[in-house]
Design a protein around this ligand. Structure first.
Ligand SMILES: [Zn+2]
Length: 293
């Protein structure tokens, strides 16, 4: 350690110290987040509650009284069974069953369902930041006629690929993977009153803006990074779930203008999430009781 150092040295040292502490706080936040996720993902059964309660926000919350979606139903089958993310609020189960029924009625093939949430919600070890309150579900764009006529095996559900509807990593829609049936499914989903919003790749939103700009339901279709092989359905907070926090209201309009243009800018290609270190997740205090029950 030198007895004295020049101003330049001092600035360098302060910078080094700041960088190290920033790095450590990032690492610490990541460790805390993963140990929290370990706790929540290790529980395999929901709590029992007569009235299910979604608690907190989509990115920091939990659920008491979750129900599991049966892995086979009319018009849908659940994929990736080994993940055991088949739990959600009864409203979510009802919405998926309702979609399966409607998709069958319109002969659109079978829905392939990805993740709902964990038995008591909360943060997951892999895959998502949200899906924590039992109100989110991922649904593949692939509408399987095969799955409409037979039950898929366990290994098919593990190993089938969710095909992207984009050409490579580009902003071009792959019309061998995308069809009017996909549009119809998004429309049916967006028109469910309990659906708050649906996240899709910006290219999909752009395609819908070309053909359906005047349709009221288009407002609920929100561009987001990735989401080129599945769409993410988010329900609004169910009635009488007083600890449940909705996301901010949807902006006015159909979202086809400047807002959509931003998604194709250079800035959007480098998502903010990559720049900021992960924050320590603070779950609402009501979730302590859900975890310990
Ligand atoms: Zn999702």
């Amino acid at each position: 350690m030198p007895l004295f150092f020049t101003t330049g040295d001092r600035v360098l040292k302060i910078k080094a110290l700041l960088f190290t502490s920033l790095l450590l706080s990032g690492v610490l936040a990541e460790c805390l987040a993963s140990s929290l996720a370990e706790q929540w993902s290790s529980i395999s059964l929901p709590t029992y509650a007569i009235n299910a309660q979604s608690i907190g926000t989509y990115n920091a919350g939990c659920i008491s009284g979750a129900v599991s979606l049966p892995i086979n139903g009319l018009g849908y089958q659940v994929m990736r069974l080994s993940r055991n993310r088949v739990y959600g609020h009864p409203d979510l189960k009802h919405a998926i069953e309702n979609l399966g029924y409607t998709v069958t009625k319109h002969h659109l093939g079978s829905l392939l369902i990805g993740d709902l949430g964990q038995a008591r919600g909360g943060p997951t070890l892999s895959g998502h930041r949200s899906h924590q309150t039992g109100l989110d579900v991922d649904i593949w764009f692939l509408l399987s006629n095969d799955a409409a006529s037979r039950l898929l095996s366990f290994s098919e559900r593990e190993n089938w690929n969710a095909p992207s509807v984009l050409v490579g990593q580009s902003d071009t829609l792959d019309h061998t993977q995308w069809s009017e049936a996909n549009v119809k499914v998004l429309q049916i989903t967006a028109q469910l009153p309990e659906v708050d919003r649906i996240f899709v790749n910006p290219t999909i939103k752009r395609e819908l803006c070309l053909s359906h700009a005047k349709q009221e339901w288009l407002r609920k279709i929100r561009p987001w990074w990735k989401h080129d092989d599945h769409f993410h359905v988010r329900l609004r907070c169910p009635k009488n779930n007083s600890y449940c926090q909705d996301q901010e209201p949807l902006p006015r309009g159909n979202g086809c203008d400047a807002e959509l243009a931003w998604w194709f800018s250079e800035e959007a290609k480098h998502p903010e999430t990559a720049k900021t270190p992960p924050k320590e997740i603070q779950l609402p205090s009501q979730c302590d009781a859900v975890l310990k029950q």
